[in-house]
Design a protein around this ligand. Structure first.
Ligand code: ATP
Ligand code: MG
Length: 239
């Protein structure tokens, strides 16, 4: 149950530009945004509108030229490289379009690697297998990524992000490499985990049909949030 509003992420006037010769290309232009604990946010926008740049700011992969990114009350642009590495390993769970699993590790070992990197090594095998069972992969824990379908690999990637109980999960086009039906299954699974575990999600997509699953939809155009809508989500039918 949601009680008081708790702001997990706050972007204050965040600007990120890249220099191309004597021109400045603005990937993000004075973005202000608050993300509350437990939200499921979908970020839509055309190619080049700044979606990945926005995720990279929140995830501590990149720093703004101007403005502040505050996560869990901390201004992450002030963290040292060491602290940033810890932040990325512990606080944020990433899910990517191309899954990014380690091909030489099986499913549970891929999940366990995330625990190892965050220094939480107790009962890694047991916990990794349990979480894989939670997403319907009980029978597949010993398979290697090339032996799994795209949808199964994305479930493993989701477990890898989830198992460290991150403050939030960031997903950049998680359905972009899956057929429509499998993509919807993955997003519905994310929504289920959001509802049941209270995990906060920020999901980037080109697919407008995912709107129905989200609590909140942001539209980015030319590095600016031009629309920010909250609504009551529902599961999208997978037929
Ligand atoms: N490292 C970089 N160097 C130069 N320009 C960059 C860099 N990263 C991003 N940009 C530019 O910033 C803008 C936003 O890029 P970004 O990758 O955030 O877009 P996107 O919305 O994620 O697009 P897509 O849907 O194609 O993934 C683009 O014009 C891009 O060329
Ligand atoms: Mg992108």
């Amino acid at each position: 149950m949601k009680t008081e509003k708790e702001v997990l992420v706050k972007l204050e006037n965040v600007t990120r530009y890249f220099r191309m010769g004597d021109q400045k290309i603005h990937a993000l232009n004075r973005v202000n945004l608050e993300i509350e604990r437990g939200e499921f946010i979908l970020v839509l926008g055309p190619s080049g509108s700044g979606k990945t740049t926005l995720l990279n700011q929140i995830g501590g992969i990149d720093k703004p030229n101007e403005g502040k990114v505050i996560v869990g009350g901390k201004d992450i642009s002030r963290l040292s490289d060491n602290e940033l590495t810890k932040y990325r390993a512990k606080t944020i769970g990433w899910v990517f379009q191309f899954f990014n699993l380690v091909p030489s590790l099986n499913a549970w070992e891929n999940v366990a690697l995330s625990l190892e990197l965050s220094g939480d090594t107790k009962d890694m095998e047991k916990r990794s297998k349990e979480i894989l069972a939670r997403v319907g992969l009980k029978e597949k824990v010993d398979l290697f990524p090339p032996q799994m379908s795209g949808g199964e690999q994305q479930r493993v990637a989701l477990c890898r992000a989830l198992i460290k109980s991150p403050l939030l999960i960031i997903a950049d086009e998680p359905t972009g490499n899956l057929d429509h039906k499998t993509g919807l299954e993955i997003v519905n699974l994310m929504k289920e985990l959001n509802r049941e575990e209270g995990t906060t999600f920020v999901v980037v997509s080109h697919d407008e049909s995912l709107k129905a699953v989200a609590d909140r939809v942001l539209h980015l155009v030319d590095g600016q949030i031009v629309d920010d809508h909250k609504h009551s989500p529902k599961a999208v039918g997978v037929s």
